[in-house]
Design a binder for this molecule. Structure first.
Ligand code: DX5
Ligand code: ZN
Length: 213
């Protein structure tokens, strides 16, 4: 069964508790986007917001780091109670070490790539990953248009995961909406991130239900 991870980047920050409740009651994971203005040309939010969400979250937190030196902050996210921590493959010189470190803390470890990075670049690290995030837009902003290439990239990655006899999950992030959700799942995605589709709608619960197909 597909897991739905609403991206809190699109939440209403003046009424954050309301949007946290929407996830608690209807979705499977909190997707939290951390941007530093260096790795990506945008700044989102940091520890105070993650801690506030953690204090009332009843679903696991899936943190997507879009920052340089992700390895510096692994322990801190673990202490907050984050369940899944991912970083971009090209954000550090030592991805294998960072993945191992994430797993040592008890969190699930994920690697992320942008749409212009070949999925083959992930292959040497798959055995160290619990999940992969394939970006279906360029990381940095919510509300962008879904890139259609993503279906083929999912299929290629899924075939390699099966070939290596691993159980790495594929998460898709960017421009996900009810119109493409079931195609993504058919291609092999097991976790869908959706920001604007969920929180910019009048009925987030209904959108989450329709993302499930
Ligand atoms: C983009 C972020 C996404 C984003 C998704 O850099 O990683 O998680 O918030 O937002 P939508 O669903 O609006 O594309
Ligand atoms: Zn994200």
């Amino acid at each position: 069964m597909v897991k739905i991870a609403p991206s809190m980047l699109a939440a209403d920050f003046l009424h954050l508790e309301k949007d946290v409740k929407t996830v608690n009651e209807n979705a499977d994971l909190f997707h939290l986007d951390i941007m530093d203005g260096v790795f990506v040309p945008n700044i989102s939010y940091g520890f105070p917001v993650v801690e506030a969400i953690a204090s009332i979250a009843q679903k696991p937190m899936d943190v997507h780091l879009m920052i340089v030196h992700p390895e510096k902050y692994i322990e801190r996210f673990a202490r907050i109670g984050v369940s899944m921590l991912s970083f971009h493959l090209n954000a550090t010189d030592k991805p294998a070490q960072a993945l191992l470190h994430i797993r040592e803390t008890g969190m699930k470890a994920g690697l992320v790539i942008n749409p212009d990075m070949p999925v083959e670049s992930l292959y040497p690290y798959l055995h160290l990953c619990d999940y992969i995030i394939l970006m279906s837009v360029y990381a940095g902003f919510g509300g962008q248009k879904f890139i259609e290439d993503t279906y083929d990239r999912i299929r290629t990655l899924k075939a390699e995961i099966d070939r290596q006899e691993l159980s790495v999950k594929i998460e898709v992030d960017g421009g996900v909406c009810p119109a493409n959700a079931s195609l993504l799942v058919e291609a092999g995605a097991e976790i869908l991130v959706a920001g604007s589709a969920v929180f910019k709608s009048d009925d987030p619960a209904e959108v989450i239900a329709s993302l499930r197909g």
